[in-house]
Design a protein around this ligand. Structure first.
Ligand code: CA
Length: 420
């Protein structure tokens, strides 16, 4: 594309401080710089925005104003054109943003293109190509096993050998803030009776990370572990809404289907993987059994030191930690392509529900209420086993950044509305 050269030729500069008035501890400061798709009343065209503090840089217009020819890929209504350019362009784009937000000589050119966040409308940041949801938290997998199959081994036989997952429904991925309608479906009836049909009575959440993929590949090629970072653009929070009653009846033996395909919410902002350079941690032990070489590579697999918080209405119900995930995003991507399956720009990989060893770090109500047998109490005194109509679920996350800063992943929020 014509803007590839311009994006790849920009100057690298080590970040210092921005000329903007952004508090040092702001989770969307200079070290984060997430990308989203915005529109405004004054300009209803959807285009790429970059968040800095509580402002949004109208990135394409600013790039043009500042003489950067790359503006075209930031004037498109999704991030997919930028994702298609690959890792050198992603790095150069980020370097350019840091340059113009730190060098005061750019101030006059850039400042007119900063918009208060509150004045923007946020849209789905990517045109989701294929959506895969993994199952990478050992505590979650063991908990679900104990709840649904108390007499069987804790983990499926393949779980320790590969990051298992399923292909989800890309077309129902929605942006944070979108209401979620309680889905209808079939659930198991009483013994000897036919199944029941109606609105789900066990509507649940799953707190996950979503990895946004770029740099499409050709069918028949593999992306090995060393090349996987070249295809991992960024991170969102992902709420994999799950109707447990529908899921439980339909999913044997083929796995999740209508119990999950009605909606999956993601953050409006994609925090680049580059922002997490200082927040990569070794994943929990993969020594016994040792993964096959294609999942092992030369280096120890690295997870993300991301702290999540899950709220139902005003109550924090869980604080999962992404470092608990057994499989790294690079391993997920290498496994996804080991059979020659191609990648598309805008692919979305869910990590699977993130649960830790303590009750307060479980990433689903299924686990928090232990299959509905131990309801949790909210701050208003009401109890929940599963979600009620009107409940608002909010997930946020941060990771440690340079100089004691915080790298934010934008909230994903959704409200449950009654079945129709
Ligand atoms: Ca899931």
């Amino acid at each position: 594309m014509q803007y590839r050269d311009a994006l790849c030729s920009t100057v690298t500069r080590v970040p210092d401080t921005t000329w903007l008035d952004v508090p040092d501890d702001h989770p969307f400061g200079l070290h984060t710089l997430p990308y989203g798709i915005v529109s405004t009343t004054a300009n209803p065209e959807r285009r790429v925005g970059v968040r800095i503090g509580d402002l949004v840089l109208d990135a394409g217009a600013a790039a043009e104003q500042a003489g950067m020819e790359s503006g075209a890929c930031w004037l498109t209504p999704s991030l997919n054109a930028f994702l298609a350019l690959g890792p050198h362009a992603w790095a150069s784009g980020r370097d350019w943003l840091v340059l113009v937000l730190t060098d005061p000589s750019y101030r006059d050119a850039i400042a007119p293109h900063l918009i208060p966040l509150a004045d923007t409308v946020l849209h789905l940041p990517i045109e989701v190509a294929d959506y895969v949801d993994f199952y990478a938290s050992e505590h979650h997998a063991r908990n679900v096993g104990r709840i649904f199959r108390p007499d069987s081994p804790g983990l499926p036989p393949s779980w320790m050998h590969l990051p298992i997952g399923y292909h989800g429904r890309a077309g129902t991925v929605v942006v944070s803030g979108t209401d979620v309608v309680r889905p209808h479906g079939q659930r198991r009836g009483s013994v000897g009776a036919p199944p029941e049909f109606g609105p789900s009575t066990r509507l649940d959440i799953e707190a996950e990370l979503g990895f946004v993929v770029g740099g499409a590949t050709t069918r028949g090629t593999r992306v090995d572990l060393d090349a996987a970072p070249d295809h991992l653009f960024g991170v969102v929070l992902l709420n994999d809404w799950s109707a447990r009653d529908i899921q439980a009846f339909e999913s044997v033996p083929l796995g999740p289907f209508l119990g999950k395909s009605f909606a999956t919410s993601i953050s409006a902002w994609v925090t680049p993987m580059a922002a997490f350079e200082g927040a990569r941690v070794s994943v929990p032990g993969q020594a016994d059994p040792l993964p096959l070489p294609y999942l092992r590579g030369e280096q120890v697999a690295r997870g993300l030191d991301l702290h999540l918080e899950v709220r139902v209405n005003e109550t924090v119900v869980s604080t999962p930690h992404a470092r608990e995930l057994h499989w790294s995003p690079e391993q997920m991507l290498a496994h996804l392509t080991v059979n020659g399956a191609s990648l598309r720009d805008g692919d979305l990989l869910g990590s699977g529900t993130i649960s830790g060893p303590e009750k307060g770090s479980r990433g689903s109500l299924l686990e928090l209420s232990w299959g509905g047998t131990e309801p949790i109490t909210l701050d208003d005194g009401t109890t929940r086993d599963f979600l009620e109509d009107g409940d608002v679920v909010t997930m946020t996350a941060w990771a440690p950044g340079p100089d004691a800063s915080r790298i934010g992943v934008a909230e994903v929020v959704g409200r449950v509305v009654p079945a129709v």
